[in-house]
Ligand binder design. Structure first.
Ligand code: IPE
Ligand code: IPE
Ligand code: MG
Length: 253
């Protein structure tokens, strides 16, 4: 008798993956609130369930050999949310960092934080600092967490930094090239542009995510809310990416 496991394990999914994988995947993790509302639960419950998806997707990304996984966890604009929700999000971040520290060590994953992280509550800043320091030499995968992040905010801070160098006489205006801008952005630490950007929950917008970096990214929009986005959905997005033809403005070969 042949019974197909309705819930394939990550190992099986890894085998069903295409051979062409993106090096850098970035995810707009959206829909926690709606997921919770449908269940009569609080938005914080939705974020807690979403944190489980983060755990699952980080593990799978590492397993299949993604080099960089960038997660949009909290936008600069998310400060407009109720204080209680913001507090629960940063409590979850501290819990996540404590529970994943060992995994990041074992699997040689480097954590980087991108955004105005000085604005984060102190416990979150301390926990981040510790894990970033612990993992800074890890080479197997980079996990980028966007926290108090905005693509426009990044472009503004990069522009200010470059302008200061021009004023100091250490940079000529003509030296402000694409690569100089890329190097001045917070995202320089990610080591390259995302090839695949995924957004969950059916919304189809960037919401200020990786504006400069996603110039030639492929986009996959999933109707599934983030708490339900697990290995099978990630594998599906990777297969969709593998089926895309990327032309970069040129004519198909
Ligand atoms: C994503 O889920 C988490 C954050 C933006 C912090 P949302 O909280 O945006 O959930 P919805 O979009 O309201 O359903
Ligand atoms: C984008 O989601 C930010 C994150 C996923 C962290 P939002 O839920 O904040 O975006 P909008 O408000 O729907 O554009
Ligand atoms: Mg949302």
């Amino acid at each position: 008798m042949l019974l197909l496991d309705p819930k394939p394990q990550a190992a099986d999914l890894a085998q069903s993956l295409p051979t062409v994988l993106p090096r850098h995947v970035a995810i707009i993790m959206d829909g926690n609130g709606r997921w919770a509302k449908r269940r009569g639960q609080s938005r914080s419950d939705g974020h807690r369930a979403g944190a489980e998806s983060v755990r699952a997707i980080v593990r799978m990304a590492r397993k299949v050999g993604i080099e960089t996984l960038t997660l949009y966890a909290f936008s600069e604009q998310n400060w407009a949310r109720p204080a209680g929700e913001i507090q629960s999000l940063f409590t979850l971040l501290v819990e996540f960092l404590a529970s994943e520290r060992e995994l990041l060590r074992q699997h040689q994953i480097r954590l980087v934080a991108l955004g105005n992280t000085d604005k984060l509550p102190l416990p979150a800043r301390l926990a981040l600092r510790k894990v970033i320091d612990d993992t800074r030499d890890h080479k197997a995968m980079t996990l980028g967490l966007c926290l108090s992040y905005g693509g426009r905010e990044d472009l503004v801070q990069a522009t200010q930094a470059l302008a200061a160098q021009v004023r100091a006489g250490t940079l000529e205006p003509g030296d402000i090239t694409e690569s100089a801008i890329t190097r001045a952005l917070w995202t320089a630490r990610l080591g390259g542009d995302p090839e695949l950007v995924i957004r969950t929950s059916g919304e189809q917008r960037l919401s200020n995510f990786l504006l400069w970096e996603s110039a030639y990214a492929e986009f996959v929009f999933s109707d599934v809310d983030w708490p339900d986005f697990r290995e099978a959905q990630f594998a599906g997005a990777l297969r969709t990416f593998a089926g895309r033809q990327r032309r970069y403005g040129a004519v198909a070969a």
